[in-house]
Design a protein around this ligand. Sequence first.
Ligand code: ZN
Length: 322
Amino acid sequence: MTEPAITVRAFFEKARGGQLTAIRCGSCGGLSMPPRELCPNCHAHSWQPVALAGDGAIASFTVIRVAPRAHAADVPYAVAVVRLKEGVSILGRIVDMPLEKLAVGLPVRFRPLIAKDLTRMQIWVSVNEADIGSVHADQPVSFTVDARPGVVFHGTVTKVRFDATMTQNVVTYPVEVLALNPEGLLYPYMTANVQFELDKRTDVLRVPNAALRYAPPTTDQVAPDVRPQLDALAQRGAAKDPASGAKETKSKSDQGLLWVQDGAFLRPMTVRVGMSDGALSEVQGADLKDGLAVVVSEDWQSPAPSGAAPSPFVPQTQTRTR
Ligand SMILES: [Zn+2]
């Protein structure tokens, strides 16, 4: 598969500059606009760009009196299918012409019209009633769109609206989010997957939650000098009940226990556990430092070094958030 001669992105960029571009099928000669993968006539995949003059005539039109929210302030206005003289049709909005003068066959000319300032995009988010209490104006949000995999966009809540809707007994509230779009990666009508930032910690150390759940299965692995204190430690940290360790770290206590290497043994380290995003947790402790290796699980595949307890180390780098 080769790329079409002109991409959708290039098409819109040229159109913004005033130049309409169609693509001509190298197989059947048919014109197509905007660019697409396969010729709609013969399904061939062979394209040449063709510059269009932009002159045409109204083939049909409709006057919009009830508009989508983004255009609600503009009603009434007309959109028309325009047959360009090159033989291809384009849908556009009629401007600079009284609506009552519109007629099929009326000559019109393409003009790029930036309907909105696309460097600032508004996002409409439906928020469940159970969560709406956590959302407020000026709250930061991050979001992704399917068209830009791997790119995280950022925005700010501008308004929580009260015109709720109910669908299948679920009440949702519309929340308006403003996002900057300086690179033009966001297009109108894309679907955004939005995350609201409920709380934030900066410059903290984080460990995988598995590290807070871990406990050595036998005391043989624990540094001999701390073995007598294990029971007391277990009262305070995750080692209390390894079987239900996941729940244990979530208990009222903010104490957690990490295990670090000490020669051939493991040494416990008591830490304060803070916020968690479900995979990583914030930890604080006098002996913690960035990059410290903590035990998250045991690797039974590696044979134990002779004369020592099985080595349960899986290096885990702690990371600093911004
Ligand atoms: Zn064709």
